[in-house]
Design a protein around this ligand. Structure first.
Ligand code: ADP
Length: 359
């Protein structure tokens, strides 16, 4: 005679499975949904905090194994779904259904900030997330070119309509000003102006809004970072010392504004040559050292590849044009780590640095 499988037994088994980023078990985190028991068959859904979860395979496998170990269970069907947590900042300040706004900043221009913004946004959209991309780099609004967008669709009444491209919604402040017209991004009007601008865009529901900020810590970057209700910031740097010093100032700016630092990305880390050797053109390891010294996470290294520039110039991000290249894989992995950090921040977890984030 076989034991009847109970819901309680299954939840007890699943309460031993940890969510590796959030450091709590799946039951405590209320991630188990639609639990069904039919004879010796069990099925349930694990509701992840992001469709870009870097450890979804591990979570699926561990939860399946945990339930399979219960006496009498013959088959286990695990479905994965996601519901991105909302840190509430956007809703509180601008009343928009944007769950998380992530700034991408850098200490100076030309380090690949826009490249990272564009490819991370597209990679998150590819994972199934609802993504917006706001090009707020008023000094070098390159995002439209990188995304192959020449102009925005006609407005819908008073609302600006973002361009829909590569599965996301994009708007660039650079596309909104007439050539030669100066942009005044300081002074007491800025906070309400930027919030009104955000509110005037037909974003719809978004899981992530990626914001490409102006480089550096000057007026424009500072004012925008202050005015936008940001969930967190990612800092892009080159591995070389001078770039790191600038990046560290950028990082300090976000800390002063109490914007959580999600981590550091090192771009142009190395160049793989056809003979199999590797050249560290801008030095090596600096991004990791900066992350450590600043007690934040190192999110990954991006090699140099001319297809990044070619894709940028021709409006086809490398995660789309060469998805199997080491650069595209690094960018996709970085997007997953960013999503995981956002979940941790949004869930209000005060955990220590998890080992699996630091490479
Ligand atoms: P930023 O936004 O920091 O000013 P961009 O993203 O515009 O920097 O990048 C500057 C230039 O460097 C662009 O032409 C871009 O295509 C190129 N670039 C960025 N990252 C890489 C990379 N990993 N490999 C090759 N070229 C890159």
């Amino acid at each position: 005679m076989t034991n009847k499988i109970t819901q309680e037994a299954i939840l007890t088994a699943l309460s031993k499975v940890q969510e590796p980023e959030l450091h709590q078990d799946l039951v405590t985190l209320n991630m188990i949904r639609n639990l069904e028991i039919a004879g010796d068959k069990v099925s349930f859904t694990v509701m992840l905090t992001t469709p870009a979860c870097p450890l979804r395979g591990q979570i699926e496998q561990e939860s399946r194994q945990a339930v399979m170990a219960i006496a009498g269970v013959k088959t286990v069907q695990v479905k994965l779904d996601s519901d991105v947590p909302n840190d509430g900042r956007m809703r509180g300040l601008v009343n928009l259904p944007i769950r998380n706004a992530i700034a991408v900043g850098s200490g100076k221009g030309g380090v690949g900030k826009s490249t990272v913004s564009v490819n991370v946004a597209v990679a998150l959209a590819q994972s199934g997330a609802r993504v917006g991309l706001l090009d707020a780099d008023i000094y070098g609004p390159n995002v439209p070119t990188m995304m192959g967008v020449e102009k925005l669709p006609p407005p819908n009444g008073k609302k600006l309509v973002p361009a829909k491209t590569y599965g996301l919604k994009m708007i660039s402040m650079g596309l909104l000003v007439k050539p030669g017209q100066p942009l005044i991004w300081r002074g007491p009007m800025l906070n309400s102006a930027i919030r009104q601008f955000l509110g005037d865009v037909e974003w719809g529901e978004l899981d992530y809004l990626i914001v490409d900020l102006p480089p550096g810590t000057g007026d424009a970057a500072l004012s925008l970072a202050q005015a936008l209700p940001l969930s967190g910031a990612v800092i892009v740097t080159l591995p070389q010392l001078v770039s790191l010093e600038d990046a560290s100032r950028g990082l300090a700016m976000f800390r002063t504004l109490e914007v959580p630092i999600l981590g550091v990305v090192e771009n142009m880390s190395y160049l793989d040559l056809p003979d199999g050797t590797r050249m560290d053109i801008f030095g090596s390891g600096g991004g990791e050292q900066l992350a450590q010294a600043s007690e934040t996470h190192f999110l990954g290294k991006i090699p140099i590849d001319q297809n990044v520039r070619i894709g940028g110039d021709s409006g086809k991000p490398i995660v789309v044009s060469h998805p199997e290249s080491p650069v595209a894989k690094a960018l996709a992995e970085i997007s997953q780590k960013i999503a995981a950090r956002v979940s941790v921040e949004a869930m209000g977890s005060q955990n220590e640095l998890p080992i699996n984030i630091v490479e």
